[in-house]
Design a protein around this ligand. Structure first.
Ligand code: TSJ
Length: 295
């Protein structure tokens, strides 16, 4: 069973009893829909019937940051990712990639790989230090806190925070809450660790509060795979051209970084590598070149 320490006891996100109960329910009833054969689109059924998860199980005074954060994001996704259109969908990828870019800016990662998988999910992999997997002072793996804690000062609910002052890295819990499945793989200290979530709820049993080891490696890095929730988004097909141009722009802004894009959804998988050692100078040059070809 999930190891519970301190304030996580009785928390529906971390308490094994409650979370397992919840997870054994059909996904639709978790969201308050009346039957899991009723596939209301884009979460409208969810909006209509509001949150009837765990009916009668959560005392009104129950306070759980993780649970409240997950509910807040799923209730008003637009507040966190801008919209539930294709634009918001693509934004999920950028939120995850930004974390790897931060790791690069910190000086520990030179390659990021973004893959649009055949099953509709997206994978982001970097060769940084790996998200810390050790025990956080709150009695839980640091990685779990990254993916379940809604960090304050979101971009879309407070324009005052829309600066370049390092607001990256706060979107991982948002992406998690809006994904039917999310898998985390961390390579560090000789081991490969894995964690899994479904709609933001952890589904892996921890071992003494820590992530299970699934293998050994001499490499380091972080890999995230996630499948956007089709009850939240209008459409769940990432737009490859938008993703590619955003990744290319990111490459111009980080001249020492290499970003590999791969689209495995096509019969003939597409692979593009973005590396722009000239930085924004190169951006302007390429802008002018593309202008010339137009005229
Ligand atoms: F946020 C995220 F979880 F979504 C995510 C984080 C996704 C991806 C693809 C990569 C990452 C990520 C995080 N890559 N690298 C890191 N690094 C850290 O979080 C890290 C590692 C070590 C230390 C340290 O002080 O030793 C500190 C940090 C923040």
């Amino acid at each position: 069973a999930v190891q519970l320490i301190g304030k996580h006891f009785n928390c529906p996100v971390f308490d094994s009893g409650r979370s397992l109960d919840l997870l054994s329910m059909p996904a639709a009833s978790q969201q308050g829909r009346f039957s899991h054969t009723d596939h209301g689109k884009s979460g409208r059924a969810f909006e209509k019937y509001k949150c009837r998860y765990l009916p009668g199980r959560l005392p009104p005074e129950h306070k759980c940051d993780h649970w409240a954060g997950r509910e807040a994001v799923r209730k008003r996704p637009g507040m966190y990712i801008g919209s539930v259109s294709t634009k918001g969908l693509n934004h999920l990828i950028y939120e995850i990639v930004d974390n790897s870019v931060d790791e690069h800016l910190a000086g520990y990662c030179d390659t990021i790989k973004v893959t649009l998988e055949a099953d509709g999910s997206a994978t982001v992999e970097d060769n940084g230090r790996g998200i810390p997997v050790g025990m956080h002072e709150k009695g839980i793996s640091a990685e779990r806190l990254v993916f379940t804690t809604l960090h304050a000062g979101g971009k879309f609910d407070n324009s005052a925070y829309k600066t370049s002052g390092g607001l990256h890295g706060v979107g991982s819990s948002v992406v998690n809450a809006l994904s039917t499945k999310l898998t985390v793989r961390v390579k560090s200290g000789g081991f490969i660790y894995e964690d899994r979530y479904e709609r933001g709820i952890p589904v892996m049993d921890l071992v003494d509060g820590l992530l299970p080891v699934v293998g050994k490696t001499r490499e380091t890095g972080t890999t995230i795979n996630f499948l956007p929730d089709d009850t939240i988004f209008d459409k769940t097909r990432f737009k490859e051209d938008d993703v590619k141009s955003r990744l290319h722009e990111t490459a111009y802004l980080t001249p020492k970084l290499t970003i590999i894009f791969e689209d495995k959804r096509k019969e003939e998988p597409e692979k593009v590598t973005y590396h722009e050692p000239e930085g924004i100078i190169g951006f302007i040059k390429d802008m002018n070149h593309s202008k010339e070809t137009v005229h």
